[in-house]
Design a protein around this ligand. Sequence first.
Ligand SMILES: *[C@@H]1O[C@H](CO)[C@@H](O)[C@H](O)[C@H]1NC(C)=O
Length: 449
Amino acid sequence: MPLSQIAGNLSVLASFPAFVLYYLFYSTFDFNDPEGRVSDTTTFLNAYDFIVIGAGSSGSVVANRLTEMSDWKVLLLEAGGDETIISDIPGVVHHLQRTNIDWSYKTVPQTGSCLAFKDNRCTWPRGKVLGGTSVLNYMVYARGNKQDYDQWEANGNPGWNPYIAANKKYHGTGGYLTVQEPAYTTPLVTAFIQAGVEMGYQNLDCNAAQQTGFMVAQATSRRGKRCSTAKAFLRPIRKRPNLYISMRSRVHKIIIDSSTKQATAVRFEKEGHIYEVRANKEIIVSAGTVNSPQLLMLSKIGPEDHLNSFGIPLMADLPVGDNLQDHIALGGMVFRINKPLGVMEARYYSLPSLLNYTIHGAGPLTSLGGTEGVAWVKTKYAPPGDWPDIQYHFVSATPASESGLFFRYNTNMKDSVWDNYYKPIVNTDMWQLIPTLLRPKSRGTIRLA
Ligand SMILES: *[C@@H]1O[C@H](CO)[C@@H](O)[C@H](O)[C@H]1NC(C)=O
């Protein structure tokens, strides 16, 4: 272990008391703190008006809105526990995958992609925690393109055309979710944006009138810390008497009445006990891209042949789990630099850096794991208008920006790729550009295993 790394590790240890003080402060002085922790329901009513399955990026919002109606009782079920002070720190985001707040999925072996990863399988991180994947992600706040929504509506999905939103101001104040630029940026992102301007793109707020352009990343963050959907939408309303949040509650099945085909109840497991609670009005499935179709299939809704092959009786033959789409990103475009500007463990995980974060909510640990800039550009294949087909993530870090303890394993990287490509440049100053395909033609499926 090189001396600099030993020194780095020691300073992490030395800053531990600062974390403890910070944690004690926030947990002691709860009062009516909008960020006070939610409490966990341990006894259950026989029935609620609504049962929301999954407290992630959407379930947290749904539970918030439903409980505005004070005579509706809402049960929110989450398979994971609460966030930690570690998941609050943007600068250590790469430490979160493969821990107990991640479902840690992998794709099946691929033939034309994921080739740098063991068994040609990509890892597929998904949040198993209050706030869902908004607790694991790199926090980049990016709105959808209005033409995509128009297209969805034109494809037969009424309600997606955002003409109302377009008539209002582009950003509000006083809402639940906080969006900020990170307090800390490096000169690298300035150079990135300058390069975009030289190529004829505009430097603008790509979350406003026009998406095509270059900008400093906006983040779902508050005072330098992660603002997950749980922090944004659940903590401030945790004292509503009609909201019941149950953590570590894994839903096994939605019970559907076979004669009326009405979903009537939810069966879930918590701390070894099986509970079945009824929903008087509705059950909302917001368990995420993977677990929502899984749960529907376990509840007898899905492709007939597939359910048959598992001996699951059929309630409804529907293409559940089909049409899976993702915004595929390409790693590996790495550029080395000869100035001390990239993410480096010694700079990011130092005592001054931890103190700056703890006391001022500033410094390198507020960086989105090095994701500093984003841009939306149009290739020659893009349709006309403000409808870019590629998004760039500009990152002042690479998988080799740390000693090979996290990214390498987060991505399930083949040893040969690590040894030949990244290992020789470990812990040097670098940046990388991650192009992301916005409207891929490939389609995948979610199936039971
Ligand atoms: C903390 O970080 C900010 C940048 O985010 C920097 O401007 C400031 O000088 C730092 N403060 C200390 C005490 O290091």
